[in-house]
Design a protein around this ligand. Structure first.
Ligand SMILES: [Zn+2]
Length: 133
């Protein structure tokens, strides 16, 4: 059985996938600012509902639940949608600030390093920007 944080991370992954699937301008101008606003506003539940942020997380939860057995499903259901929003924003902010290797965590020397100096993983950031993915 997975831990609670595993479920939060799994839901973050699904939320990121939904953002990645949205048109780029919609994600950048609308969805991501909404997520950041909700994450920064602890008493903004009503607006979070109206903006559709809660529905977005719940859609991710439905997808996630489909892959789980009963025990894990219960743990996934107990995750607060707000925790998913806050963690997704924190992960996105971390990815912007720290250029670290997503596999081994080594700090990437140059901003646009093509490969991790420690494990040799090709940088996904670089691949996306150069359009070679
Ligand atoms: Zn690495």
């Amino acid at each position: 059985m997975k831990g609670r944080l595993d479920h939060v991370d799994a839901l973050c992954d699904l939320l990121e996938a939904k953002l990645a699937a949205a048109p780029a301008t919609t994600a950048r101008r609308l969805l991501r600012p909404q997520l950041r606003w909700v994450a920064a506003t602890p008493d903004g539940d009503e607006l979070a509902h109206r903006l559709g942020v809660v529905a977005l997380v719940e859609a991710c939860r439905d997808d996630h639940l489909a892959s789980l057995d009963a025990d894990d499903g219960l743990a996934a259901l107990s995750v607060d949608w707000r925790d998913v929003v806050v963690r997704t924003c924190a992960r996105a902010a971390g990815a912007r600030e720290r250029r670290t290797c997503p596999r081994c965590g080594a700090r990437l020397r140059r901003k646009r390093a093509e490969r991790c100096g420690r494990c040799g993983l090709a940088s996904p950031i670089h691949r996306n920007r150069s359009g070679l993915s």
